[in-house]
Design a protein around this ligand. Structure first.
Ligand SMILES: [Ca+2]
Length: 360
């Protein structure tokens, strides 16, 4: 190619480009309903439907958050990369004014459902978008036992499969795939973002891993540890009505350390708050904690007494009917002589004297 013909070639190319870009924005390569026949690896398309502006209603919950959505093409399907896989996913694509980009939606907690609000948020901003239940239904982990492939789907595979298939659906619909792809999610979704970056770096051009729940084995062991400490012994349970006092004490100790007193700790790990400052000094109230047993076990400081509470019901939140000190043997609780006999503060622990013995 000589200089002149090369210049002419470039000029033609420049003319062709805007024309094709125009076609790209206004003409679909496939009709939405036509995507029902799309053949993708390991995938069954279960629905392909044009949704009129504001017409989407989710399977459960209020349709109100979807009233402002523009028209879009909704494609639903199931991906089965293994025999035990059942990865449901949906791809939503604006019928007009697509921004040319893809937004992958993540899942909090144990996932188990398609995030319609996540899809709606991305669609409203002009993105083609996809969400998956990550291979199981329901927000607990009961599906996992004995299903290692489902665990892999939840762990990392489903988001990747969703992403790959969504890009193919997008390409079939618009005639071209997304020019940029982004993933932004929090908590378990932050973990999904890290998994994508680590295992499938070609899936996304940028990810936001918000509050990532990574190092799952350690995190869930930590959760189990917390639950056991809170629930194994009713005396260790912290009722919700005491949380305000704990929050207030933590903020008083550490809020200002990040430079602004705003009710937010920028880095809780730097707080070093000692809950012992909240230990009840007299009768138990909502403003203090009874950590006597832990203090005894962990610091070797025996309590002068442990306050026992008789409640109106079986749960730790039930109203207290009566409190009474449990005294270290051989001391006994003795009424001080005034005040309510239902309040521990009106009793003291004393050694049983000779006069007491005579009475027996
Ligand atoms: Ca602060």
């Amino acid at each position: 190619m000589n200089k002149t013909s090369r210049r002419r070639f470039r000029w033609q190319w420049l003319v062709v480009l805007p024309l094709s870009a125009l076609a790209f924005g206004s003409v679909s390569a496939a009709t939405c309903e036509g995507l029902a026949g799309l053949k993708l690896p390991d995938t069954t398309i279960t629905a392909a439907q044009s949704v009129a502006p504001g017409a989407f209603a989710p399977p459960t919950g209020s349709p109100a958050p979807y009233k402002e959505l523009p028209a879009f093409c909704r494609v639903a399907g199931v991906i089965k990369p293994t025999n035990d896989s059942e990865i449901k996913f949906e791809v939503w694509m604006p019928s007009a004014n697509w921004n040319g980009k893809f937004h992958g939606v993540g899942n909090g907690g144990f996932a188990g459902s398609i995030s319609y609000t996540g899809l709606a948020g991305a669609l409203a901003r002009g993105y083609a978008t996809a969400s998956t239940d990550t291979g199981h239904s329901g927000g607990d982990a009961s599906w996992a036992l004995g299903h290692s492939e489902k665990i892999a789907d939840y762990g990392y595979r489903a988001i990747h499969e969703m992403t790959e298939k969504a890009k193919l659906v997008i390409k079939a619909f618009y005639g071209d795939g997304p020019k940029r792809s982004y993933f932004a999610s929090c908590s378990n979704g932050g973990r999904q973002a890290l998994m994508e970056a680590q295992r499938y770096p070609n899936d996304y051009d940028g990810v936001i891993a918000g509050a990532p729940a990574n190092a799952f084995s350690q995190i869930l062991t930590g959760f189990a540890w917390n639950m056991q400490l809170l629930l194994n012994d009713p005396a260790s349970y912290i009722p919700a009505k005491k949380l305000k006092a704990i929050e207030t004490a933590v903020l008083a100790a550490c809020d200002a350390r990040d430079g602004v007193t705003d009710g937010v700790l920028d880095d809780p790990t730097k707080c070093g708050f000692d809950p012992a400052v909240l230990l009840c000094k007299g009768a138990e109230t909502d403003e203090c904690l009874t950590l006597a047993l832990e203090r005894w076990v962990e610091q070797g400081v025996a309590p002068e007494a442990v306050i026992a509470t008789k409640r109106q019901g079986a749960t730790p939140e039930a109203p207290a009917l009566r409190t009474r000190p449990l005294c270290p043997y051989p001391q006994v609780a003795r009424f001080k002589g005034s005040g309510s006999t239902d309040e521990a503060a009106n009793f003291s622990c004393v050694m049983e004297g000779p006069s007491d013995k005579k009475r027996k």
